[in-house]
Design a protein around this ligand. Sequence first.
Ligand code: FES
Length: 125
Amino acid sequence: MYSDKVLDHFKNPRNVGEIKNADGIGSVGNPVCGDMMTMYIKVKDNHIEDIKFKTYGCGAAIATSSMTTELAKGKTLEEAMDITRQSVADALDGLPPVKMHCSNLAADALHEAIKNFKEKKEIKK
Ligand code: FES
């Protein structure tokens, strides 16, 4: 039912945790199941230098969070905004249809963290 990549990222999630003094933080909840996720980013020269996540959710949510952090690390903010639910699911060799809603959290939390970073920058100006 789950691809090897999903199982790998579920069992050994990458970039779990919190970044102290993060430049951007994004938190979202999944209205379908009530699970929650927070992404933390460090930004340098318009690139995502570091990224970590905390997920209170199912295995698919943890695997998609982990994959999202891997896809986003080192990318420009614009490239990271182009990471979608679908591209995360594709990078994991797909998710069972009933679990596709779980991939919403990761991409949305990433985008929220980038928006939060941009808002903070505006306020500083
Ligand atoms: Fe809630 Fe998967 S069941 S995110």
